[in-house]
Design a protein around this ligand. Structure first.
Ligand SMILES: CC(C)(COP(=O)(O)OP(=O)(O)OC[C@H]1O[C@@H](n2cnc3c(N)ncnc32)[C@H](O)[C@@H]1OP(=O)(O)O)[C@@H](O)C(=O)NCCC(=O)NCCS
Length: 290
């Protein structure tokens, strides 16, 4: 049954749990009605909006040893009842067999694969550059509209960044975002995080009508050169295993696979009505709900 605020003190929150009582209370406020527990066994599952998107929740904690299947089915049903279009399990720390997810009505959505490169590697960063890159702050409404336009046009629905995500992301320490302009036209954007000698490409997108013109390469090169100037030596990134285009770009650029940090996404789309098109982009129209 759904967890209410008053139930939280009854939950047996282990020292190994990802979320403490205060974080669970916050999760109950952020995704109302989507977290569930079994008062008899005290097993529980906590749902949170995924990347600040309320139409997608992810299971941030599945504290169930005896009957995790019941809990996962429960959180999926409760989230759906509460209005979520999709419930995700993002398997970063733990691995469960496919048969477990199948029994719960989930299916494999994506494998996220990771790459790394050394910025001191001799790659062709100093190519002719035709784009102008402006560092941006998403608190500016016009800039945020450009970022969201590029993002939603380039990525499938599942990976869209919400306004709230851009705003939260942009104030994280070490984060920098640039928009690439061809003349006055925005054609790409890239977001990175820098922490001393380590850096991460969080996001790169090129307007789909302008892909294949070398803008992805230029955008990546501009960001990596800026990171290297800040002292970053190792850059990591991740992409979908099915995203061959981005992987080709990264490999040509000098990135190498780092398999130990790959992870999987499972989603309860089996329960969802036909029409929830995870591949839809803004141009193709918004995905239909249930
Ligand atoms: C991935 C993405 C950013 C690539 O952008 P793009 O502008 O199409 O990329 P480019 O035109 O720079 O590169 C395309 C190709 O030219 C190559 N290329 C471009 N400039 C080059 C250069 N100067 N020298 C050598 N190769 C070059 C790239 O390696 C790539 O090879 P391919 O033709 O075999 O695919 C773009 O497809 C996109 O926005 N996709 C949707 C969002 C996404 O998936 N983002 C990444 C996942 S996190």
């Amino acid at each position: 049954m759904p967890i209410r605020q008053a139930d939280v003190e009854a939950l047996p929150i282990s020292w190994r749990a990802r979320l403490d009582a205060a974080e669970i209370q916050q999760a109950l406020r952020m995704a109302p009605g989507a977290s569930v527990w079994n008062p008899a066994s005290l097993e529980y599952a906590i749902a949170l909006p995924w990347r600040h998107r309320h139409e997608i929740v992810h299971v941030a904690e599945l504290a169930a040893i005896r009957d995790p299947e019941r809990l996962l089915r429960g959180v999926s049903a409760a989230a759906s009842e509460a209005g979520a279009k999709l419930t995700l399990v993002v398997e970063v720390d733990e691995k469960r067999p496919e048969s477990f997810y199948t029994r719960c009505g989930f299916e494999h959505l994506e494998q996220v694969v990771t790459f790394r490169m050394d910025t001191r590697r001799d790659t062709a960063h100093a190519l002719p550059r035709t784009l102008r890159f402006d560092a941006v702050h998403p608190f500016d409404d016009a800039t945020r509209a450009i970022l969201i336009g590029l993002d939603h046009a380039a990525f499938p629905w599942l990976w869209w960044n919400s306004e709230a995500e851009f705003l939260t992301y942009s104030v994280l320490p070490g984060v920098a975002t640039w928009i690439g302009y061809d003349g006055a036209t925005p054609v790409s954007y890239i977001g990175v995080t820098m922490a001393e000698e380590w850096g991460h490409i969080d996001r790169i997108a090129v307007d789909p009508t302008r892909q294949g013109e070398g803008f992805g390469w230029q955008t990546l090169a501009a960001a990596i050169n800026a990171m290297a100037r800040h002292g970053v030596r190792t850059v990591g990134l991740s992409t979908q295993s099915t995203n061959e285009r981005s992987q080709r770009l990264y490999r040509r650029f000098g990135f190498e696979r780092t398999r130990d940090t790959d992870y999987d996404l499972w989603g309860d789309i089996i329960h969802r009505a036909p029409g929830l098109d995870l591949q839809a982009t803004e141009r193709a129209g918004s995905p239909r709900g249930r």
